[in-house]
Design a protein around this ligand. Structure first.
Ligand code: NAP
Length: 293
């Protein structure tokens, strides 16, 4: 059985990574478009994350676009052997910052090469196929063409492992008929609980579940229950939201995003936070009240 205490690891790519990682999306400019306000601060956040033990970074070449990957390269290249960089494909950015689907095999091939170039790598550790059915929630529909294209890039040696993002259980099953799937990245947090059953299924298969928007994304979670619990146990609401996810299931890997060192330190400290059964039960009510099921 995998260790289910918060300070633990989970096997992502044939070796364990720490369950508290880092999501790099917030490093680009406003709206995940253009350069950051403070480039040195972005570099400092990346370096401190890795120096603090983060060995799992989530990114995409469509953050910026290109800029987030270029920051990761500038801050961290040559990469530590134990660092797993997970990227995603499925969109490009319009000149106005719009998120445009780019799901054809030639788009995915171009996306792999863009990631390799901007990250300064010869092979990508993990590539998530990001379904663009709906922007923040999965929509049924075949992803066979996309997963087949990724499996071909894997055979060519450009991609080590394949994951999926913004997908349904049926799409995961379809993809598993084509290639091994190592992780699923969907929208999930204390309030947004649609994937409760899926998380259990993936845990039983030993597949990592990596929630995006773990803190609520562009509008961080606000809940009086969360604030009260946090105050009672002497932590911040965001730390409790992360610790709840770590307690939720041992296959959950976290990639909270931040552009500041203060929030990075606060978020990483959540790995030390043990929540009692009573506190977990209290927090569970938030998802029910929020209609997240
Ligand atoms: N697959 C997908 O479709 C998809 C979609 C979205 C995101 N992602 C990935 O998931 C990662 C996480 O998602 P996310 O960054 O959008 O959302 P998130 O981690 O839920 O929240 C990030 C937001 O919370 C703020 N924040 C972070 N730590 C905080 C703290 N301790 N106290 C108060 N505010 C805090 C950040 O602002 P500050 O910068 O001020 O800290 C930012 O506004 C992304 O970085 C990206 O890699 C994937």
């Amino acid at each position: 059985m995998p260790d289910s205490t918060p300070v633990s690891t989970f096997d992502l790519v044939g070796r364990p990574v720490h369950r508290l990682g880092y999501g790099a999306m917030q490093l680009a400019g406003p709206g995940v478009f253009g350069p950051p306000k403070d480039r040195d601060a972005a570099i400092a956040v990346l370096r401190e994350a890795v120096a603090s033990g983060v060995d799992h970074i989530d990114t995409s070449d469509f953050y910026g676009p290109h800029i987030t990957n270029q920051l990761i390269r500038e801050a961290l290249h040559p990469y530590r052997d134990d660092l797993v960089i997970v990227t995603k494909l499925g969109a490009v950015r319009g000149e106005d910052g719009a998120w445009l689907p780019a799901m054809e095999p030639e788009d995915l091939r171009r996306g792999v090469h863009d990631n390799l170039r901007n990250l300064g790598l010869d092979v990508l550790d993990v590539v998530n196929v990001r379904s663009m059915g709906n922007i923040h929630s999965p929509a049924e529909g075949s992803i066979e063409k996309q997963v087949t294209a990724l499996a071909e890039l894997q055979r060519e040696g450009l991609v080590r492992h394949i994951g999926l993002s913004n997908v349904t259980a049926a799409q995961i099953a379809e993809a598993q008929g084509i290639a091994e799937i190592v992780c699923i990245q969907n929208h999930y947090n204390l309030v947004h609980r649609e994937d409760d059953t899926l998380i259990e299924e993936l845990a039983s298969q030993g597949i990592a579940y990596v929630p995006f928007f773990p803190l609520g994304g562009f509008t961080p979670i606000q809940s009086s229950v969360l604030s009260t619990v946090a105050q009672t146990i002497g932590a911040t609401p965001m730390q409790v939201a992360l610790a709840w996810l770590l307690h939720r299931s041992p296959n959950i890997l976290l990639i909270p995003g931040t552009s500041t060192l203060t929030h990075l330190r606060e978020n990483l400290a959540a790995a030390q936070l043990n929540l009692s059964d009573a506190v977990l039960a209290e927090l569970d009510v938030i998802g029910e009240a929020g209609g997240g099921h």
